[in-house]
Every structure is written in C-alpha cells, then in structure tokens.
Design a protein around this ligand. Structure first.
Ligand SMILES: Cc1cc2nc3c(=O)[nH]c(=O)nc-3n(C[C@H](O)[C@H](O)[C@H](O)COP(=O)(O)O)c2cc1C
Length: 170
C-alpha cells in the first residue's frame, strides 16, 4: 500500500508539518510505502474562473493530482484558521477538483490536525470532512488531533494510535 501525506501549512516551524513527519515516521516503521508531500508544492494562484479558462489548472496542482491518484490512501493534515481550513489547503483541493479526472473520487482519505489551541484543529477537520466528501472522497471516521500542540508533544504522539489510525479503510 502506498500512502500520501499532505500537510496544509508551508510555515517553516509548522506544527502540521511536524505532524506530517510523525505520521510518515510511524507509517514507515509499519512497512508502508509513504510520501510526505512538500507543503510548498500546494501553492497556487487563488482559484479564479477566468484564470482557469486562460491557463488551465496550474502544473503543480496537476502533479499533486497525479500523486493523489497513484496513492492507495491519502492523509490530509490540516491547521485550523478561524475554526476552518486554511486557504493553502482549500485552494489546492478546489483546483484539483477541477480536473477532468478528479483525483479525490472514491479515494480513502484520513484526517489529522494540530493547533496550539484547545481544539486541536477539530473544527477545521469538521469542515475538511465536508469538503472532502463533496469532492467524492471516502473520509475515515477517526482522526489524529493534537491540541495545545508543540513540537515535543507532536513527536510523542503514540505510535500504536497512529498505526491503528492508518489501518482505517484497509
Ligand atoms: C488567520 C488565523 C486564524 C487562526 N484561527 C485559529 C483557530 O480558529 N483555532 C486554533 O486553534 N488556532 C487558530 N490559529 C492559530 C494556528 O493554529 C497556528 O497559527 C498554527 O501554528 C498554524 O498551523 P501551523 O503551525 O501548521 O502553521 C489561527 C491562526 C491564523 C493565522
């Protein structure tokens, strides 16, 4: 099985990037072939219909779509901005859903998130679940949520818990 892990923050010291790495670490320990997608590669102009008519879907988003299509399972790790999904992630999902072969259709997707706040990106994941279902993904029920996040706490997220989380949809 091949696992693609997408994180919705390109911030250098991002907690969600760190969580992406932690999940990748555990996946590899469990023998999964795994690719932690570079968050900077999600960057694209804000979706706009005239831009799409003139230039089509940006090439980096086409690359992302290929990576999603080729993965047997995708983990999306999301920050929380004002109780919802950050624009980097929402824009990448919006653009990728515009492709003729929408890569999310029928894809098994797991969600994770970290925030320094007390909700651990849970509210962002509620919105993300709705968006992913709308683009045709099968979204797993259990999530990894790290509240009051710091780097040390994320590095210690229980490996057995992550391994169980990753088995959803097998
Ligand atoms: C515009 C904005 C809105 C935010 N809203 C929330 C929020 O609703 N809940 C929360 O827990 N943190 C919120 N935060 C704080 C983020 O969780 C924090 O900046 C976090 O570090 C972002 O994720 P990252 O570390 O992966 O970049 C917000 C941050 C920004 C910039």
């Amino acid at each position: 099985m091949s696992l693609l892990i997408i994180a919705g923050s390109s911030r250098r010291a991002s907690f969600n990037r760190r969580l992406q790495e932690r999940i990748a670490e555990v996946a590899e320990l469990n023998g999964l072939q795994c690719y932690a997608y570079p968050p900077s590669e999600l960057d694209a102009p804000l979706y706009q219909g005239d831009y799409e008519d003139e230039y089509g879907v940006p090439s980096n988003i086409q690359k992302l779509a290929t990576a999603i299509s080729e993965a047997s399972k995708v983990v999306v790790v999301t920050p929380e901005y004002n109780s919802s999904i950050p624009p980097l992630l929402k824009n990448a999902i919006d653009w990728s859903s515009r492709l003729e072969n929408n890569p999310w259709t029928g894809k098994s997707v797991l969600m994770a998130g970290a925030s320094p706040g007390q909700f651990g990106a849970a509210r962002s994941m509620t919105d993300l679940r709705s968006v992913l279902a709308n683009v045709g993904a099968w979204v797993a029920p259990n999530v990894v949520s790290v509240a009051k996040a710091d780097h040390a706490k994320i590095a210690e997220v229980d490996a057995d818990f992550i391994a169980k989380f990753l088995k959803q949809g097998d």
